[in-house]
Each structure stands twice: as C-alpha cells, then as structure tokens.
Design a protein around this ligand. Structure first.
Ligand code: ACO
Length: 386
C-alpha cells in the first residue's frame, strides 16, 4: 500500500461527497442545499430549515404543518430521563449533561431500522424535539427546580425560551433566537459533524450518533468560542481599554476569540446577519457597554488583521446575542447543539444512503520486533506509584 501524505487534522482532505451545505470562504457565501443563508435567515424558520437540511428540499405548507405538529408533540421527555438528570451534579457542565441525556434516549428508542424512512423520520423528529427540552431541564434542575414541561401552543423556539426561563418570551427575543438556530444549523464537515458521520457509519442508533457529536462539539476548539468572547469583553471592561488590550494580544501573538476562521477569509456571513439581529435586540432592550466594546474590537481587529483575512466569525456576535437573551454563558454551546442537531441528522441520513464504515489508515512510527521483557526485569520507578 502506498503511503499517502499525512495531513494533520485531515485539513483539506475530502471525507465524503455531500449535497447538504456549501461554503465559499473567499466570497463569504454559505448555502444550505444551494439556498443562500441570508434568504433562509430572513424567510424560513429553524424547523423549516431543519426539514430542508434533512430531506433536501423546502417543505410545502402541508408538509411543514405536519412536521411542526410531529415535533411539537414529541417534546416531552420520559420521567426516567428527567430523574436521571436530577442525579447529575449541579456543577457539571450542561454539555456533559446533554451528551449523557442524548445517549439515554437510545435506551428507550433503540430499535434500529435504518433502512425504513419512517424510522429515520421518527428519530429525527424525536431528537429535534427532545434536545431543547433536555437542555432546559438541566438548567431548571441545577437551580433546584423541577423541569418546566413544554407548552403545546408555543412554537419551537418560543417554547425553548419558555422552558428555560419559566415565562413566555418577548416575540422579538424568540425570533432572534430562531434565526440564530438557523445560522448554526449546518456548516459542512466540521469536527462534530465528522464525529457524527463516523459513528453513523457503524450503523449504530441515531441517539449514539448525536451523543458522540455533542461530545465533540463541547471542546473549546469547536463549540466553546462564544463563551470565551464574553469573557474577553469582560476582561477588556471599557471601550477605552479595547485598543491597549488588543495591542497587548497582538504583541504576545495571542488569539482573540470570535475572530478568524479556517474557511472564511472575509467576514463570516453569519456574523453579519447576527450583528443586525444584535442591533435590533439592543434597540428594544437597551444597549449596554458590551456591544460598544464589541464594535470597537471589530474596528481595531479589522484595521490590524483584516489584511491577513482575519475578521469576526459567527461566535463573535452569537455570544452577545445569547447574553442579551438572558441565556447563561455555559448554555451557549448547548444552544449551538440544539441548532446543529439538524445538520448532524442530515449527515446521518446522507451517510446511510451510501454507507461505508470509516476505517482510515495510519503511518506507523513505532518499533518492530521489540524484545519482550519479563516483568521482574522491567525497570520501575517505585516512587512514582507510592
Ligand atoms: N486572533 C489573532 N490572530 C489570529 C486569530 C485570532 N482570532 N486567528 C488566527 N490568527 C492568526 C494566527 O495567530 C496565525 O498567525 P501566524 O501565521 O503569525 O502564526 C494565523 O492567523 C493563522 O492562524 P491559524 O490558527 O493557523 O488559522 P486556522 O485557519 O487554523 O484557524 C481558527 C482558524 C481556529 C478559527 C482561528 O482563527 C482561531 O483560533 N480563532 C479564535 C477562536 C474562534 O473564534 N473560534 C471560532 C471559530 S467559528 C466556529 O467554530 C463556529
């Protein structure tokens, strides 16, 4: 077998053929199933977008109604899962709680009929419906309260904010979050999507697929950057301190969270949409210094790093938006997961349609024919184990 060139992180290596989404990083274009993200953000709901991603085309009126109906009536989570969540430590990270809860769904709905479109649809509906309920439930439980059940007359995103905060949210707040979910629903082959595809390729159940993707999204190099944007803004503290703080970062060559992207070398189109939404929120609920600091950061970074293709990415404004919506910082990544379930499910379905188990190769760098040393002759440093 020939030895291929090793690409750390598989950078630039195609791992699939996919018709789900497309990114042009030079022109700042993102499309889901060929449709520009700007159109979807303006004209479609998150659930409509999820349908598009999973089944390949926008639903008609009756199809969308039926889909929304199915999702609405699948939001409840078994009491055994809620009871299990009550045993989780309240200091645990909500992403860990979500990963465990998503995996637990497999205990209740484990029948694998991956060749049956009805099974695929039921599993997709169930995951889209129950993941927000589980995120909100952990938030209530860790505050010492019983989880708030879903309210059937509320739409998907309104209901999530209702379960999270125990009150029906403002209409603009729910709309803005719904657009955020659309923007985060899919983004070609990133780490968590690849993780979902690898797990799917073994023909395991979809709950294991989503649980593995949640675990991958949880890492700070992937889903966690929006948490760190807020921390950076807090550290900066004032508009006057933006330039000196950033100059210090440039000097130390430290990365500024919420800027730069492996693919986009212009401003992330999702950041542009989110910024407009953030402005609407600030207009309605009051502008605070966080936003002024953010604007000044973007100005200085564009001035200093723009020529190197480093601009604001989606995480820069999503943190600001979620904070303004009253979402706790450590729930930012679980909210990302609620959205990305749509993309993971689309890739799960696509993977099954032309499946081959992932089994890459390696370039072995260890010894051969190494002599076996009997245990009594092996050197041990006793102090290491005392
Ligand atoms: N701040 C300052 N400098 C940066 C930044 C940044 N945010 N991003 C990249 N650079 C610089 C690097 O220091 C490096 O400089 P050098 O050539 O002098 O060493 C150069 O640009 C290339 O950086 P890489 O990390 O190699 O670029 P890559 O394409 O691999 O990384 C990444 C992209 C990981 C997103 C990077 O820009 C980054 O770490 N950004 C901050 C974290 C962040 O916001 N992540 C969220 C991304 S969006 C998402 O995942 C949903």
């Amino acid at each position: 077998m020939s030895t291929c060139e090793y690409k750390p992180g598989l950078e630039g290596v195609p791992v699939t053929q996919s018709s789900i989404s497309y990114v042009d990083g030079k022109q700042g274009i993102l499309e889901y199933r060929g449709i520009r993200i700007e159109d979807l953000a303006e004209k479609s709901s998150f659930l409509e977008t999820a349908y598009l991603l999973i089944w390949g085309e926008l639903p008609g009126v009756a199809e969308l109604e039926a889909f929304e109906h199915e999702v609405r009536y699948n939001r409840r989570v078994k009491f055994r899962i809620r009871d299990m969540m009550k045993c989780f430590p309240e200091s645990g990270h909500p992403m860990d709680a979500l990963q465990a809860s998503a995996a637990a769904l497999g205990l209740f709905y484990s029948r694998r009929a991956l060749e049956d479109p009805a099974y695929i649809r039921a599993a997709a509906v169930r995951l889209l419906a129950k993941i927000p309920t589980m995120v909100a439930a952990f938030q209530s439980i860790r505050k010492g309260n019983d989880p708030v059940g879903p309210q059937d007359d509320l739409d998907y995103t309104t209901n999530f904010l209702y379960m999270l905060n125990e009150r029906v949210p403002d209409e603009l707040a729910a709309h803005v979050l719904d657009v955020c979910l659309t923007l985060h629903a899919e983004h070609t082959i990133n780490a968590s999507t690849f993780s979902a595809m690898v797990t799917a390729s073994t023909l395991t159940d979809p709950y294991a697929v989503v649980a593995s993707a949640v675990g991958t999204l949880a890492g700070p190099l992937h889903g966690g950057a929006n948490e760190e944007v807020i921390q950076t803004i807090e550290e900066i503290g004032s508009v006057e301190n933006v330039r000196p703080y950033l100059e210090d970062c440039f000097e130390r060559k430290s990365k500024i969270m919420g800027f730069g992207h492996r693919v986009y070398k212009v401003k992330d189109p999702r950041a542009t949409i989110l910024q407009k939404l953030a402005e609407q929120l600030f207009e309605k609920f009051g502008r605070d210094e966080y936003y002024d600091i953010a604007l000044e950061m973007e100005r200085v970074i564009e001035e200093r790093l723009g020529s190197r293709g480093i601009f604001a990415n989606v995480d820069f404004y999503s943190g600001l938006v979620y904070r303004k919506l009253g979402i706790p910082v450590d729930l930012f990544t679980p909210v990302f997961a609620i959205a990305r379930v749509a993309g993971w499910l689309a890739h799960w379905k696509e993977q099954l349609e032309a499946n081959r188990i992932f089994r890459p190769t390696q370039i072995y760098t260890g010894p051969h024919d190494f002599p076996y040393t009997p245990i009594e002759q092996r050197r041990t440093n006793a102090s290491e184990y005392s």
